[in-house]
Design a protein around this ligand. Structure first.
Ligand code: FAD
Length: 446
């Protein structure tokens, strides 16, 4: 590739990832169109009280609601850690802003809008425009077919040199398999369709999962429900106890069977008559528009083959993904990945050959297999996200993750474990907050 090429790039999605990708691609000199099916930026952070008619979201033809946020949601990361490196998530004293360190979802939404304005990203976005198909046209270019959401129809196709996929991965629910559940008469819901606790008043609820959402939602529901039973694989079969501080939340192992009479059985012989099963069981990667002729697949929630979670080796750098990893600090990681993609497309940064990238991906998959890690954990970056980000920053010649951010992330994780109910309002890392704001002051004054 000759140095510094300008490409026509389609970005799919104007959530946090698409905003950052658009900004970095244009900064590198590319011509960018961002397709966004909603009428605002922010993706997940656009709260809506609308849920899907199919409460488990299994019907492929259902009207899809993108966001999975519940009304009470506050961030699970402090704003200093969560924010972009280039545009710190500092407290704004103007208007009706939420000044809390772990703010509510509305503050994140406003922050993303601020980011869009700050860097002029809006002018690249086509709102209310859904990408319905992406495929290669035979000349090494990409075709993107899109249509206006309101008018529908066949849409129009346009040609691009490159496509960056930023469509998010918290919309298509994963459901737990429960033997006998087809005959069980109660109601099943996925947390994607959970908004407020009121519908759970006086109910007996079995909540499956142990994620951050499961922790928040179980406590919120317990304030109105008769009983909440948290079924999780991480609870041993023998264990049966209430959650400390609650007399109506029970910790249970994963359920065994559901029966016609409305009961649910657990391996330790416990049987409970329940009204609702709430699946807080996560999401699937889903790219209904993407046709790579089988080159990129989703297999047990592994999107692959991908070089470093971003590039399919044989299509690099012309197809890429921002934001696939989980158990990460998403916004700064989007910045690292976007810089890398922008620089490889212009030719400023080189990638290994397709063969070498394929070997690297295969070696990574083998290492997971030999450690007994299932495919669905491929993009789990628990414990390795900062090494990964540092590696990308070396490719890009850009600054690494700040030391205070790494330390604050660890301090928050420990605090969250120690005080799951109150970690958002009680902490002991004020020294790191001070350090972060000193760093921000340098950036803001530049
Ligand atoms: P999204 O925000 O999902 O954006 C994707 C965009 O693509 C959407 O706007 C969508 O409309 C658009 N799109 C999709 N398909 C198409 C198409 N075919 N055509 C056109 N447009 C399309 N992260 C944190 O940092 N801190 C937190 O506290 C936190 N809490 C979370 C709580 C919940 C319940 C959830 C679900 C996630 C949370 N996250 C949190 C992670 C969050 O997903 C990321 O912060 C971030 O919003 C992901 O951005 P994204 O751009 O990858 O995806």
């Amino acid at each position: 590739m000759s140095p510094v090429t300008t490409c026509d790039v389609a970005v799919i999605g104007a959530g946090a990832a698409g905003l950052v990708a658009g900004h970095h691609l244009r900064r590198e000199g590319h011509k960018v169109i961002i397709f966004e099916k909603q009428s605002q930026v922010g993706g997940t952070w656009i709260y809506t009280n609308k849920t899907e008619p199919d409460s488990l979201s299994l019907d492929p033809n259902r009207p899809v609601t993108h966001s999975s946020l519940y009304l009470s949601l506050r961030t699970n990361l402090p704003r200093e850690v969560m924010g972009f490196k280039e545009y710190p998530f500092v407290v704004k004293k103007t208007g009706q802003r939420d000044e809390r360190r772990f703010p509510g979802h509305g503050e994140v939404f406003e922050y993303l809008q601020d980011y869009g304005s700050e860097f002029g990203v809006y002018e690249m976005i086509r709102f209310d425009t859904e990408v319905i198909r992406v495929w290669r046209d035979g000349n090494g270019k990409w075709k993107v077919r899109s249509r206006k959401v309101k008018s529908g129809g066949e849409g129009v196709s346009e040609v691009f040199d490159a496509v960056v996929v930023c469509n998010g991965h918290y919309t298509e629910p994963r459901i737990a398999y429960i033997p006998g559940v087809d005959r069980w008469p109660g109601k099943q819901i996925h947390s994607h369709n959970y908004r407020v606790p009121e519908p759970y008043r006086n109910k007996v609820v079995i909540l499956i999962g142990s994620s951050a959402s499961a922790v928040d939602i179980s406590r919120e529901i317990a304030s109105v429900a008769k009983e909440v039973h948290i079924a999780s694989r991480s609870t041993s079969n023998e264990e049966t106890a209430t959650l400390p501080g609650y007399d109506n939340i029970w910790l249970r192992p994963m359920m065994e069977n559901a029966y016609e009479d409305g009961t649910i059985s657990f391996p330790n012989g416990v049987k409970i008559s329940a009204d609702i099963i709430l699946h807080c069981t996560g999401y699937k990667y889903h790219f209904p528009f993407l046709d790579t002729e089988g080159i990129v697949t989703v297999d047990d929630n592994r999107v692959g083959p991908l070089y470093k979670h971003v590039f399919p080796p044989s299509l690099a750098p012309w197809l890429s993904f921002v934001g696939l990893p989980w158990k990460v600090v998403p916004f700064p990681q989007f910045e690292f990945q976007s810089q890398w993609i922008a620089g490889t497309l212009s030719g400023r940064i080189s990638l290994p050959s397709p063969d070498e990238m394929t070997k690297d991906a295969e070696a990574f998959y083998s290492s997971l297999q030999s450690s007994g890690i299932p495919k669905r954990y491929t993009h789990n970056m628990d414990g390795i996200q900062f090494d990964y980000n540092d590696w990308i920053s070396t490719q890009c010649g850009s600054p690494k993750t700040e030391e205070w951010r790494k330390k604050m992330y660890s301090a928050t994780s420990l605090n969250r474990k120690a005080r799951p109910e109150t970690y958002r309002d009680e902490w002991e890392d004020d020294d790191l907050v001070f350090e972060a704001y000193q760093d921000f002051a340098k950036k803001i004054s530049k």
